[in-house]
Design a protein around this ligand. Structure first.
Ligand SMILES: NC(=O)c1ccc[n+]([C@@H]2O[C@H](COP(=O)([O-])OP(=O)(O)OC[C@H]3O[C@@H](n4cnc5c(N)ncnc54)[C@H](O)[C@@H]3O)[C@@H](O)[C@H]2O)c1
Length: 319
């Protein structure tokens, strides 16, 4: 019997991952959890919910025990921009929370999914076609916690046989729940502002090229990795994956195909620009392709078309 616990389930990824896991395994088999109550807009996720602070070992163990959990999808984390503002809080959640989840998984024999990030790389990493195995010396607290998380995951797999798997997500673009304070949030905000006001002020420089992915691909990647034959996984944890690669100026051009009078301006936020400048421009995801058959379905054009069409049914242009 599969019984899944999702931490941080009210967030940008969790809001859509919970629904996908429930479609696959059944509503009752997936326990959503978060420190806050999910927004009404994600009530399509109706099903079991536990209020859970994943830095609290007693709470995590209690939920895992009561629901006979077999796999934990651990999404609760402080994201990159917020982590630079509150590095102590980021360490506490991203490391203590992960450690609590891994220890619980070891004791109760659960598999673990852990999302890492392109933020696990740093300025000394090769920035173009960043290899799966490359120098990782991030200069942000977010990156430090992600590298540590990747290493802890590998350690628990090797030392204790815990089935820990993970992905290095690029910036994720979606329209269900808002992003939680990352450096790539502009690529979501821009659609809301373009449809409502035909104008967006971007906090990154116009030529800041980063890897990105549309949420349907990201959710499918999680499901496919967790279902993959473990014998074929040489890396298991922290796979590079990507779907598309663009700058704010290129995204604005793609949006102008649908909203011709859309205007973008730039007011660069030095803190978030510095984070983006320390990250790869484009990662090489061939290990994921070879080991578990990864392949993205949405490129910039397909993602933009779907985002504009979906949000246009929900948002009214301002007069
Ligand atoms: N969204 C992206 O673009 C992106 C990219 C790369 C990696 N990731 C990683 O994916 C994971 C999920 O990201 P997301 O975008 O859904 O984040 P998010 O910020 O949208 O959601 C995180 C959730 O964690 C919850 N939370 C905070 N403190 C908690 C605690 N102590 N206990 C339990 N829950 C708590 C928050 O309430 C929130 O709902 C994170 O590990 C993030 O680093 C995300």
């Amino acid at each position: 019997m599969v019984a899944i616990l999702v931490t941080g389930a009210a967030g940008q990824i969790g809001s859509e991952l919970v629904a996908a896991l429930r479609r696959k395994h059944g509503v009752a088999a997936v326990i959503a959890s978060d420190i806050r109550i999910p927004m009404a807009s994600t009530s399509g996720n109706a099903g079991p919910f536990e209020a859970l602070d994943c830095t609290r070992p007693d709470q995590v163990q209690d939920v895992v025990r009561r629901h006979n959990i077999t796999a934990i999808y651990h999404l609760a984390a402080v994201l990159s921009a917020v982590a630079e503002e509150k590095p102590q809080a980021a360490w506490s959640l991203n490391i203590d929370g992960l450690y609590t989840v891994l220890e619980t998984a070891r004791q109760y024999h659960c598999a673990v999914f852990f999302p890492s990030s392109i933020g696990a790389f740093g300025p000394t990493t090769p920035r173009n076609r960043t290899p799966q195995d490359a120098v990782q010396r991030p200069t942000t607290m977010y990156g430090v916690t992600k590298v540590t998380g990747e290493m802890l995951g590998d350690y628990y797999a090797r030392r204790f046989g815990v089935d820990v798997r993970g992905l290095r997500f690029p910036g994720l673009i979606s329209h269900v729940a808002p992003p939680g304070g990352g450096t790539t949030d502009y690529a979501v905000e821009i659609f809301y502002q373009a449809i409502r006001y035909r104008h967006y002020t971007c906090f990154l420089r116009r030529d800041t090229t980063l890897d990105m992915m549309y949420m349907p691909d990201a959710i499918r990647a999680v499901l496919e990795l967790m279902a993959a034959d473990p014998a074929k996984l040489a890396h298991r944890n922290a796979f590079n994956i990507t779907a598309m690669n663009f700058s704010p100026a290129q995204l604005a051009d793609a949006i102008r195909l649908y909203i011709p009078d859309f205007r973008i301006e730039y007011e660069v936020d030095p803190a978030r620009q510095a984070i983006a400048d320390s990250w790869p421009r484009a990662v090489d995801d061939s290990a994921a392709r070879q080991e578990w058959g990864w392949g993205a379905r949405y490129d910039l054009a397909a993602m933009t078309k779907d985002m504009v069409a979906t949000l246009s049914t929900r948002l009214k242009p301002a007069r």
